[in-house]
Design a protein around this ligand. Sequence first.
Ligand code: PBG
Length: 328
Amino acid sequence: MNLPRRMRRLRLHEPLRRMLQSVSLRRGDIIVPVFVVEGENVRREVASMPGVHQMSVDVAVPWLAERANEGFGAYLAFGVIDRAKKDTEGSAALDENNVVCRLLRSVTAQKIHMAGITDLCFCEYTSHGHCGPLTADRSTVDNDRTVEQLVKQAINHARAGAAVVAPSGMMDGVVGALRKGLDSAGFTDLSILSYSVKYASAFYGPFRDAADSAPEFGDRRSYQMDPARGIDEAITEAKQDVEQGADMVMVKPAGAYLDVIRAVRGSIEVPLVAYQVSGEYAMIEAAARNGWIDRDRAILESLIAIKRAGADMIISYYAPVLARLLPN
Ligand code: PBG
């Protein structure tokens, strides 16, 4: 058959195939999440996230030092506190000696060469598990009161040495308030990575085990986005955050939202971070453990797809595996 173009020609030679790759994945693209718990010498595997552990500060710090040596440049800290310390307002989030602040200080003291990003949210600190204090009728999170509290949480993390704060509660106006609050507290160089486009997703299930942050009643649909809503909402959220001062924006989850990553990428001019969330991790792990997929290949393919869609950086639980799979 005479075909002017045979697409397979360029696929025939392995070295050529390699040269034609235009999407790359480096360790430096990956942000490493870490769940910090109270106590000492604690290293507890999360049941729904095999291979991921909750760690006390003394265990998390050397673990992060290993990641730094492997070439990973940033970590994302989540505080997991004892139930007894939770209240309706999430006040433990503002304690300067909570696990997140202790981790930040310890990483700095040990001169670990990694930027500290902190998740700004109250779901890990409130007794009801919602992302901030509730309205008087307890029907939803009180947006404006939560924003005030988030600014205080950010300043608390900034004082402990955070390089970046990442508001994840989908509260309106949070980025502008954070910029203003951080600037007036003297933290003009602290960056904001906004979880701008965050869907109310079933894929966060395992995380809520890891962070002990499942809502006690209801769900998060009155503040997180509806997966069935059109792309306009995602673009407006991202643009609005950039206008308010976000240095980077995030789309979350990643794998089921590649179209959203692509669209947001095309409409903003700051770095875009995508979050390969706990459920995405758990699905790959479960299938691999059953022998149904090739784990290493599925991990790389899932992350390459997120890069191809337009993400500059990816938050992924796979850092330790990627240290084996990717060149530094
Ligand atoms: C909120 C937060 C969540 C995740 C990151 N930050 C959970 C939620 O919105 O309920 C989920 C991350 C994951 O699933 O890996 N603090």
